[in-house]
Design a protein around this ligand. Structure first.
Ligand SMILES: [Zn+2]
Ligand SMILES: [Zn+2]
Length: 135
């Protein structure tokens, strides 16, 4: 299904494709303004919603509740530290083949998937072990 995209949607999609990371709607708004392609914040949210349903943009929610958007082409996963909030990208997808299998078994058109690991990063483990930063 190819719905006609608005100019705002095109701008946002182009921006997300050009960036190598997931960013918040607020940051998309700022980035576009910096590029002299200003789009209102409400429009950014509306456009993201439409692009999401089209299957070209994916959203990832952080432990803090903040939503980060990225172009769906990037099949990336993260290790997120619950202590300091740092996210470490991992460059492999353990469920890539599963997606194909599920699609075939259920005739479900899968746009994207999320898979995230939570715990303590190296630095926070060390801080914990030495008692530094402990309450
Ligand atoms: Zn940490
Ligand atoms: Zn994946």
């Amino acid at each position: 299904m190819k719905a006609e995209r608005t100019r705002s949607q095109e701008r946002i999609l182009k921006l997300l494709k050009s960036l190598n990371k997931a960013i918040s709607a607020q940051d998309i708004y700022v980035e576009l303004r910096n590029r002299n392609q200003s789009v209102g914040l409400a429009t950014v949210y509306r456009a993201l919603e439409a692009l999401k349903l089209e299957g070209v943009v994916q959203v990832r929610t952080l432990a803090s509740g903040e939503s980060l958007y990225s172009s769906v082409q990037q099949d990336k996963h993260h290790l997120t530290c619950l202590q300091c909030g740092r996210s470490i990208a991992i460059n492999q997808c353990p469920v890539h083949d599963l997606e194909t299998q599920l699609h075939q078994a259920h005739q479900f058109k899968i746009f994207y998937h999320t898979l995230e690991f939570f715990g303590l990063c190296n630095q926070c483990q060390m801080a914990q072990a030495t008692g530094v930063g402990a309450e």
